[in-house]
Design a protein around this ligand. Structure first.
Ligand code: SAH
Length: 212
């Protein structure tokens, strides 16, 4: 399964905000921050307008958000300045990002994994394998196959998360969770999976060994 290229900028430049852009972090990630899980060097992959990057920054992390959309990154930088928070924001493809010397301690993925087709998904996981240090963690929230209808992104089954991260990672937990949707839309929440996935401490840091 492949997905057609998407013009992400147009989502952010439209009159209405995109459904996922709720003006605050997803509650599931606030809970993770409260539990001290968003600390160290944190990458927010597909950060959009930066709510989870800024959540991590406000929890004391050295936070970096990356997104393909220039419009989203512009908005994220404005929010950081308005809130007096320090975070790094980059326009770019997460798969092409360079790795900090030691690798990121934590990767946040709120709504990115589920946008990829199968081939892109494998490339994305290979990129995370390169970017996250051995022993580091990825917290990933994606649309769930429990969500009825076909509105929104592709639905993901738990087994797909397990399969995507079957080499070089350990899936520590997958919990039922919810995405909050911008209230201007008809549905206000959507069923999600929230996964905590740990990079194997001894894995090949280049990520090449983990390509499926
Ligand atoms: N995490 C944000 C946005 C989720 S929507 C939030 O919770 O609000 C998915 C985001 O991923 C979009 O902003 C889109 O521009 C971005 N994106 C899609 N493919 C990407 C890629 N290859 N690299 C970086 N960002 C990407």
């Amino acid at each position: 399964m492949t997905t057609p290229p998407h013009d992400w900028d147009s989502s952010y430049l439209a009159d209405e905000p995109p459904p996922w852009d709720i003006g605050r972090p997803q509650p599931a990630f606030v809970t993770l921050a409260d539990r001290g899980k968003l600390s160290g060097e944190v990458l927010d992959a597909g950060c959009g307008t930066g709510e989870h990057t800024l959540l991590a920054a406000s929890s004391g992390a050295d936070a970096t958000g990356v997104d393909l959309s220039e419009a989203a990154i512009r908005a994220a930088r404005v929010k950081a300045a308005q809130r007096g928070l320090s975070a790094h924001f980059e326009v770019g493809d997460v798969a092409a990002m360079s790795r900090p010397r030691e690798g990121f301690d934590v990767a946040i993925d709120s709504g990115l994994f589920h946008v990829f087709g199968d081939d892109e998904r494998a490339d994305y996981v290979a990129a995370l394998s390169r970017l996250v240090r051995p022993g580091g963690t990825c917290h990933l929230m994606c649309f769930s196959d429990r969500q009825p209808g076909d509105w929104g992104p592709r639905r993901v089954r738990q087994i797909e998360i397990e399969e995507a991260f079957s080499r070089g990672w350990t899936v520590e937990s997958i919990q039922a969770a919810e995405f909050e949707i911008n209230p201007i839309f008809d549905i206000t929440t959507a069923s999600a999976w929230l996964a905590e996935i740990r990079r194997t401490p001894t894995a090949d840091p280049s990520g090449q060994a983990d390509r499926i």
